[in-house]
Write a protein that binds this ligand. Structure first.
Ligand code: PEP
Ligand code: CO
Length: 402
């Protein structure tokens, strides 16, 4: 980590490996270093997944979202799996999200841009580095790009070859998406695994800008957004639009420093702030943060992720979320923006087209805790199922003007 008297925040000091001198969080330890280097060099020469024009186009859409002219629906699985990388599954995922976007668009009379958590959402941050079962501890599952879900020594070892498989699956997925849809459909994932991200980052052939060609936009997670983190250092050098997840412990002043660091030229369309505070009535913290940042003169758009602040464990051991908390956080956040004169221009959701039983509650078809075991498929966070996600959009449209 750099010492405080160095000048880590000068843009000129950024280079594609400068993140290595910063605080490294959430990175796996690979035992086969030669294989890792070999794999990374293959990634470095791999074909780009998205184009620079597409990235710039999305950045323009985010700049329109800042002005309230466009709405962004960012949605998909908490984590994709290699197993779900098939044309059929991708088609169903994409069609469901597009259908939700159409419902939104018909009512709000604004263009809705879709950003999938798809074609690369394979790495997961973990709060606990180890998982213990029957007094036996193994490295936690960190997503298919890193290790395997099965609870055994071999599967839980980080495997460099998974980086290539993740790249190939992402490439295939986006190629299918382009085949499936004539609509504007962008792809995104969390910027978590820095060796992966930086080897798919290249200088533009038209300018001096750098782009991450593995996704149109990436987001900085709640667990990696501290000022000195390697993730922040990496992200400040790329031209893609960047999302920032913001939870209740966000420090206002640090947020301003983070925004200046990631977007020193205050470019419109570069930053999407995604609040994920959890559902608390009269949340003055959220209101004060929004107000403070609105007054800062900095440019960004606002989204709400009503999922990640609302997870809890049931008595029967399932990690779940309550539909009521999700809709209430969303409406509450929307109303705060209305009151303060800013726009809630985006929703960030974890959902699936499948009829899973992962979140409780609902509108037309309510689930209770006892239903969770019927079809709980997520290896990671609980998703809204097909009906719950349709209901959420419908209720959002109904309640936002009340
Ligand atoms: C996620 O989006 O899957 C996630 C882990 O979010 P957060 O960083 O907001 O907890
Ligand atoms: Co999640």
């Amino acid at each position: 980590m750099k010492s405080d008297n160095m000048k880590p925040y000068l843009f000129e000091n950024w280079h594609i490996k400068s993140w290595k001198d910063f605080l490294l969080l959430q990175q796996p330890n690979y035992s086969d270093y030669t294989l890792l280097l070999n794999t990374l060099s293959k990634l470095k020469s791999a074909n780009k997944i998205v184009t620079e024009n597409e990235i710039d186009q999305l950045k323009y859409f985010y700049s329109e979202a800042e002005k309230g002219n466009i709405f962004i629906l960012q949605a998909g699985d908490c984590a994709e799996t290699f197993d779900s990388c098939s044309f059929k599954d991708v088609k169903l995922r994409v069609e469901h999200i597009l259908n939700l976007a159409k419902n939104l668009e018909d009512s709000i009379q604004k263009k809705v841009i879709v950003v999938g958590r798809i074609a690369g959402q394979y790495a997961k941050p973990r709060s606990e580095p180890f998982e213990t079962l029957n007094h036996y501890s193994l490295p936690a599952f960190r997503g298919d790009i890193i290790n395997g879900i099965d609870f055994n020594e071999i599967q839980r070892q980080p495997d460099p070859l998974r980086l290539l498989k993740a790249y190939e699956s992402s490439k295939k997925t986006y190629d299918w998406i382009k085949e499936i849809t004539n609509h504007t459909f962008f792809i995104s994932h969390e910027a978590l695994l820095l060796n992966y991200e930086t080897n798919l980052t290249h200088k533009s052939i038209y300018s001096d800008k750098w782009y991450n060609f593995s996704a149109h936009t990436l987001w900085l997670g709640e667990r990696t957004r501290e000022l000195k983190s390697a993730h922040v250092e990496y992200l400040r050098g790329i031209s893609n639009p960047v999302g920032i997840k913001l939870g209740p412990n966000a420090n206002y002043k640090e947020m301003v420093s983070l925004l200046k660091l990631l977007n020193p030229q205050n470019i419109s369309g570069k930053i999407n702030l995604i609040t994920r505070f959890g559902n608390k009535k009269n949340d003055l913290n959220l209101e004060n943060l929004i107000d403070y940042l609105n007054q800062s003169g900095l440019r960004f758009s606002w989204s709400c992720d009503p999922m990640h602040g609302n997870s809890y464990k049931t008595n029967n051991g399932f990690k779940t979320r309550n539909f009521d908390d999700i809709i209430n956080e969303l409406i509450h956040t929307h109303k705060i923006h209305n009151k303060l004169g800013s726009y809630l221009s985006g929703i960030h959701l974890e959902l699936t087209y499948k009829n899973v039983t992962e979140c409780i509650g609902g509108y037309k078809n309510k689930l209770n805790e006892n239903n969770l075991s019927e079809n709980f498929q997520s290896f990671c966070d609980p998703r809204l199922n097909k009906q719950q996600s349709i209901d959420l959009i419908e209720l959002f449209l109904l309640q936002r003007n009340e």
